[in-house]
Design a protein around this ligand. Structure first.
Ligand code: TRP
Ligand code: ZN
Length: 877
């Protein structure tokens, strides 16, 4: 809990500890009512540091005994305040022993050791190990672990920790024990322990050097039928990491455990990944295509951390993106290889623009490598993860795939078993490529999304074409002046026939990759031998995370959408057209004038819908309008009612104008084939779902009938949720209610389905604050369960029309929930605060109400440092 002034940690103050831990021997004894933890640390003086102060973190520890070597410590021998225990240690090698008691059964923070349903599990990243025992809980302290677990044998037949099982047996009183040994030195944040009555399923994987690895998933028995997909994903990920990075798994056992109570997606604990159930349990009947895709990606992500994160870890938490940015880049590449690269890129960029760009454009903006924090849990952000991955992607683009692989080989070899920095990573890439990445590293240190504005000029006489690039970056909290970034711009020049013209230029342009590299505030690029005035296709594949502007006409954008050789840019051109149309319609609406979408856009939509040369998935993404997050990020002042009116009007126009197209697509895309999750099939279902949604928006009775029929006959959750999504977006209230209650009736015993049910309800048009309060009283809701809270509360906040109700009741409800969660789960509470952080971008009335909800939060008694930091940053100028 917060003291008067929560302490800010600064990167520039990093210092190595005075003592390393070589080995820790841990015994965790679970009893009903308390848990006793005995630990023995083998300490070794760090000879590079003069101080002899042993600094150990420990929170909520009921001390039974502390001992340094043979000396029993009394409170006069140490100082213990605010979760830090310090004592002097005169010898260079020493053993520190602690016996403490903790209370996992009442640990609702879901950090450290806690109870999740009937099992016990741990979450130690970032600083949860200090809730288990006294320890230098910082990632640069890497030790080998031996863990003994003791518990009631009938209630907790399964006892797990990191590494290899080396011993087990029975104890008196119906208890038993297991001992695990992890031979790889690791930081405490990678520690894990699980105890429960779990069923498991095994699979095997043989590494290319012949190691026979057992893969084992543990779940609560009712979920035993939902593990196959994760096991398959895991094998694909293991195979891919060998093929693409030459990295093999390093233990004989790899375990995954599913937990219903979990603050985030999943955790890469060495040899014992712990997953949010929602991020691992899958079956065709309960998981839609999107969910399958997400699970495959997360399973891969956590597995990939074994090298990018575990074997080579972070020196301090400012380096978080070292492991997260790199690992997100790796899992994204994996998914691209498994499915459709262009589709994956579109999804990634849509997500980046909807979440990371707004973060970078508001009070929460921070660099990929932050300079300071109060609570590190608040920095597991889209910037550190997704922008961090874009930064790694740009390095990949600049050095090329071969040098990138050589650079990552060097990185793993040079730093295996060490805790390092993003500079160390970049240095490896510099060494193998010979490139100087000094300026490039501003991507790690400067926050904010760079703006890249481009103008052109064509001279027919000399057949030269000029592009002038100007970059800038808006001020962000604590950073007013920005220096130019290195920006790789992949581009092409389209001739009137829609084909790329040959490119000749003396600029810093790589013909093989089509990438032009900008490094200055302004750059003039001259192309020679250009036989006609081209239409430039800029930033292909979104080669840099910037906001690009070029004065395209609507016709030029439509031309690019129809012809660009780069699939990503076809999508992006159409997105720009939608965005423009909606914004200008919103302006009309604000002025009380009538709204008309430009006909070139309306025609392009018909062309795309009927373009059989495009895959179903690409068509679906091209026909999907930008969401409110992207619309809001594109205006100076958010007049949300006008944005809503404009977006709705565009949807309605497209729906009614093309009702026959939507109908025929919907009908044509039906299939009787048994469910299969692959790019083809999920593309088909995605386009059918979208067509049905449009068709229903046209208000045809036949569309409602089709949806009701699709729902009733669905043999998989994708079809079912497509039908539901369409019906819930329409205004047939009776049908909505009957499908929703049927859904609950049928699926109430399936946790993942209940979560989806809650999310759907929270997102229904016309949902009210009273409706949400009622939902929170439903037996399926549990304020202590983050998935349930996210389903209802984040689901409601994403329901733009309802959440931004003009009376501000949505904001007040959110403040109330944050206050309640502040005491139970500060990490989750702090995340919810971000839902209000863009208050300044709204019109004055809404902005005031949102700010006052933040003030309410800030005035909470016993405010956690987590929530304090977020609310205070949000309110700060
Ligand atoms: N390291 C995890 C990942 O990215 C995420 C993580 C960080 C996490 N802190 C957590 C997960 C707390 C659960 C709870 O894969
Ligand atoms: Zn991660």
């Amino acid at each position: 809990m917060r003291t008067q002034d929560p302490k800010t940690i600064y990167l520039r103050e990093y210092q190595q500890p005075a003592f390393w831990v070589e080995h820790i021997s841990l015994t965790v004894s679970l009893f009903d009512g308390y848990t006793e933890v005995s630990s023995e640390l083998t300490l070794k003086k760090n000879s590079t540091v003069a101080s002899r102060e042993l600094v150990l973190n420990g929170i909520d520890q009921d001390i039974q005994s502390l001992q340094l070597d043979e000396k029993q410590l009394s409170s006069a021998d140490y100082h213990y305040a605010e979760g830090v225990l310090t004592l002097n240690c005169d010898s260079d090698e020493a053993i520190f022993r602690a016996v403490t008691r903790i209370d996992p059964q009442n640990n609702t923070s879901l950090e450290g050791l806690y109870q999740s349903g009937s099992m016990y599990c741990t979450q130690c990243e970032a600083e949860g190990f200090r809730k288990i025992t006294f320890y230098p809980d910082r990632p640069d302290v890497m030790a080998t672990f031996t863990t003994r677990i003791e518990a009631d044998a009938s209630k907790f037949p399964v006892l797990l920790s990191n590494g290899n099982p080396i011993d087990s047996g029975t104890l008196e009183g119906g208890r038993h024990f297991a001992v695990w040994e992890d031979p790889f030195p690791k930081p405490s944040y990678l520690f894990a322990l699980v105890a429960g009555d779990l069923s498991s399923k095994d699979d095997r994987f043989t590494t290319r050097s012949g190691r026979d690895v057992t893969l084992r998933i543990f779940v609560e028995p009712q979920n035993a039928h939902k593990v196959d997909f994760a096991l398959d994903s895991l094998k694909k990920a293991m195979q891919w990491d060998e093929a693409v990075y030459g990295r093999e798994y390093d233990l004989d056992l790899f375990m995954i455990v599913a937990s219903d109570f979990f603050n985030m997606g999943a955790m890469e604990n060495k040899g014992l990944n712990i997953f949010n159930s929602a991020a691992v349990l899958a079956s065709p009947d309960t998981s839609n295509d999107q969910r399958f895709e997400r699970i495959e990606g997360i399973v891969a992500h956590e597995y990939f951390h074994n090298w990018s994160g575990n074997r080579v870890t972070c020196r301090d938490w400012f380096q978080l993106s070292l492991k997260e940015g790199f690992t997100v880049f790796r899992d994204t590449e994996f998914s691209s290889d498994m499915h459709d690269r262009a589709v994956k890129r579109i999804e990634t960029v849509a997500g980046l623009r909807a979440v990371q760009f707004p973060e970078d454009n508001g009070p929460m903006a921070h660099p990929v490598r932050p300079d300071s924090y109060i609570e590190i849990n608040n920095f597991y952000t889209a910037t550190v993860y997704e922008k961090g991955a874009e930064v790694v992607r740009m390095i990949h683009t600049l050095v090329g795939p071969d040098d990138f692989r050589r650079g990552s080989d060097l990185y793993f070899e040079r730093f295996d078993g060490q805790a390092v920095t993003t500079d160390d990573f970049v240095a490896c890439m510099e060494q193998v490529s010979g490139l100087d990445l000094t300026q490039f590293k501003r991507w790690y240190t400067q926050a904010g999304t760079p703006r890249l504005s481009v103008t052109d000029d064509y001279d027919a006489d000399s057949q030269t074409y000029r592009l002038s690039f100007h970059q800038s970056c808006p001020a962000t909290p604590g950073q007013t002046d920005k220096l130019p970034f290195v920006i790789p711009v992949k581009l092409g020049l389209l001739g009137a026939d829609g084909n790329d013209l040959p490119i000749h230029t003396s600029a810093n342009y790589n013909a093989g990759t089509e990438v032009l590299t900008l490094a200055d505030e302004t750059t003039e690029v001259v192309f020679t031998g250009v036989s006609e005035r081209p239409v430039p296709s800029l930033l292909r594949d979104f080669s840099a995370p910037v906001k690009l502007s070029f004065g395209y006409s609507d016709e030029q954008l439509a031309f690019l959408a129809a012809n660009d050789a780069n699939g990503f840019n076809r999508w992006d051109a159409l997105q720009q057209l939608y965005l423009r149309a909606i914004l200008s319609m919103a302006t009309e609406h604000r002025a009380g004038r009538s709204m008309t979408p430009p006909s070139v856009l309306v025609e392009t939509v018909a062309n795309v819908a009927g373009d059989a040369s495009l895959s179903h998935a690409i068509r679906a993404s091209m026909l999907t309008l930008p969401g409110y997050a992207i619309l809001k990020d594109a205006v100076d002042v958010v007049y949300i009612d006008d944005l809503i009116a404009a977006r709705k009007h565009l949807v309605k126009t497209l729906a009614t104008r093309y009702r026959d197209i939507w109908r025929s697509l919907t009908e044509k895309l039906s299939s009787e084939a048994p469910y299969e999750f692959n790019a083809e099939e999920s593309g088909r279902r995605q386009l059918q779902g979208l067509s049905l949604w449009y068709w229903l928006k046209a208000g045809d009775q036949a569309a409602f009938d089709f949806a009701a029929q699709l729902y009733a006959s669905a043999t998989n959750q994708t079809d079912r949720s497509n039908a539901l999504r369409a019906v819930l977006a329409g205004d047939a209230e009776a049908l909505q209610q009957s499908l929703l209650s049927d859904f609950y009736e049928h699926w109430q015993s399936d946790t993942q389905m209940v979560e989806q049910w809650l999310t759907m309800q929270a997102g229904t048009p016309g949902m009210t604050v009273t409706g949400i309060e009622t939902l929170m009283q439903h037996p399926a809701f549990d304020i202590k369960n983050p998935n349930k809270v996210r389903s209802v509360i984040v689901g409601f906040a994403m329901n733009t029309e309802s959440f931004h109700d003009a009376r501000g009741e949505g904001y007040a409800l959110l403040a109330k929930v944050v206050q309640q969660l502040n005491a139970l789960n500060p990490q989750l509470a702090a995340r919810l605060v971000t839902l209000l952080s863009d208050w300044k971008r709204y019109d004055a009335d809404r902005g005031k109400m949102m700010a006052s909800a933040l003030e309410t939060i800030l005035a909470t008694e016993s405010l956690s440092s987590n929530v304090f930091e977020m609310a205070q940053r949000a309110l700060k100028d």
